[in-house]
Design a protein around this ligand. Sequence first.
Ligand code: DSN
Length: 438
Amino acid sequence: MTTQATNTAQTIDSAVLDVIARTDPSVAEIIRLEMDRQEHTIELIASENHASPATMLAGGTCMTNKYAEGYPGRRYYGGCAHHDTVEQLARDRAQEMFGCKFVNVQPHSGAQANTAAFMAMMEPGDTFLSLVLKDGGHLSHGMFLNFSGIFYKPVHYALHYDKDHPQHEQIDYDSVLAAAKEHKPKMILCGYSAYPRVIDFAKFREIADEVGATLMADIAHISGLVAAGVHPSPFPHAHIVTTTTHKSLRGPRGGLIMTNDEDLNKLINRNVFPGVQGGPLMHIITAKAVAFGEALTPEFKLYQQQVVKNAQALAAAMIDNGFRITSGGTDNHLMLVDLTVKDADLTGKEAEKWLEAAGIITNKNGIPDDPRSPMITSGLRLGTPATTTRGFGETEMKQIADWIDRVIVSKGDEAMISQVRSEVRAMCVKHPLTHALV
Ligand code: DSN
């Protein structure tokens, strides 16, 4: 990366802030503080990333000024020619990226995508089978306060819980089959928010076929890995695939729904608009097109390979430091750290707070079968998409594991936090985001 490139990114950032500051210095200052936070802390939240300046800027253009309800060539408003072109481009790129026939690029988020997908596959009151939230599922996979638990009937499969079993804390496909046979769900859902292992989509499809269910894969977390061929694809196995666009895929905040089935595609389109959404966010669809273009490059494949190598290096270093990684390791971009083997009283809540003070951003997360509440937890979820974007490799992962260990073993000692904070800052300065992203 050249100095010229670094300067370009810094110039863009300060030019954008100057424009905002002329109208609204208060908001410009908030953005400046957040830029500084992102630049000088280590982001280990598995669902976050740093989108490129091109992606972020595309999302801040005049494309926001247009109502474009409908789809390319069939809109309810005039003046949509360029919105038709960009939406079609985003669709074409997403189809190429995931090797599928139909894509709806309009969902505002992953939860919106899942809502429309559920409506395309089921009637209210229908039963679906998913992984229970506490084992790594997602709110929109049947949590009782979410639309999915209010309007549909969730039943769940489990992970293996048997320390002596080679697949301890991994999906128990026998339990999936048994639950499918018992409950005869209309739909089976796979894809998770905190699951570190490869998902066997072919096996899920076999089970779905055996009970006459449709198969939905929510690949929100792993879609960047899937696009790069670093995790097996849910196609051709899943009938419907949903994802967010801002996690490992490194695009703007948003969602996608994909299928190979023409009839399902019609149902998906109708259920996104007018089913659950009005006017699409055309500026975000424009930014999605930019990010998908980036995801089709050879550099993106190398990036995703490094994301997995970094996760494996971080997991190994955490294990060396005496922590337990659930299921014994990771095949993807994330891991769950069981803090209790190191210290039975330690909670995810405390560890998250101490690490944030030291400039290492994580989230507390339940571990499989966690007796503690989701606001306390026995674990931390760590992920490597964002740190890999800024150019960290396996050496930095080992260093990060050592910092985490020092902060946690010190039980949040202020002097230790302050020491680690300054070392973290120095590493961030050595790997500037502005440098990495242009
Ligand atoms: N909130 C996201 C995550 O952190 O995994 C899931 O939507």
